[in-house]
Design a protein around this ligand. Sequence first.
Ligand SMILES: Cc1cc2nc3c(=O)[nH]c(=O)nc-3n(C[C@H](O)[C@H](O)[C@H](O)COP(=O)(O)O)c2cc1C
Length: 313
Amino acid sequence: MSKFSYSRINSGLDAPDLTVNIAGVCLRNPVIAASGTFGYGREYAGLLDIAGLGGICTKGLSFEPRPGNEGCRLYETPSGLLNSIGLENPGISAFLERELPALRKLGPAVIANLSGSTIEEYVKGAELLNASAIDIIELNISCPNVKAGGMAFGLDAETAAVVTRAVRKAARAKPLMVKLSPNAPDLAAVAAACAKAGADALSLVNTFKGMAVDIHKRKPVFENVTAGLSGPAIRPIALRMVWEICRNIRIPVVGMGGIATAKDALEFLLAGAAAVQVGSATFARPPAMNEIIRGIEDYMKTYGFLELGELKI
Ligand SMILES: Cc1cc2nc3c(=O)[nH]c(=O)nc-3n(C[C@H](O)[C@H](O)[C@H](O)COP(=O)(O)O)c2cc1C
């Protein structure tokens, strides 16, 4: 009980400060739209208060355009969502030319999710982003839905360090956040390796590798057989992973995985996350992130917290 003063409880005098600094970039609040679930922002115009968000992560961007996967791409499961989009995107040059100017004007910090099939492709993409007006690079070494690269770079500490180091060198002007895979056998080792290789922050988790079978066609639902599981079904495991990484790592950690309410987001913030991302919940309820921001503020007022940093348990 030493972290806050009882005299502040319900006093209503002090408005809590929701701003958070991630690798030198000040976000107006700790709630960020997760990659792949918010397009490039404009798709959600009129459905929620976009300017009120802390940040927007773009869909995974690769140096070359990608058409994405054939067949079924989304499949609902109990309290979850399996996806196999396959990183469909127009390529980084087209993103910078066609999407970034409007995305910048929306207000929230712009976080570019960088994907690649080879180290060379990651580096070429990082060089383009380095010279652009984005705020943060989120290095995606955790996509489970592509045949080459993607999650393969995030499963092993040494490989994760090689790609982090290469992107760090190619994008000196931008803060670098590395997005980790919950499918890594030793996540703590991958996190430590990325931090040592120059990551300014970490984000976790990406989706868990899952599968569904069509019992009438008697074959897997997805062309790639496996797909990535997100949504409330993964939340307790994601929370445990975020908590474990926060205990061992000194750089900021952005937590995600099944967050749908302010209570969910607060669990991650209390467990040590500096900020959170919200993905699947936005599909079901576009204003969910606005409600989460209001809920965090109400909680801080109720318990007399003035800054987010005071929340950590
Ligand atoms: C349809 C869909 C597409 C996604 N695409 C990406 C992507 O391009 N890059 C990435 O790093 N994560 C991607 N993700 C993972 C999310 O950003 C997030 O890590 C994951 O869904 C867990 O959060 P949630 O449970 O709140 O959705 C995608 C998730 C979904 C559901």
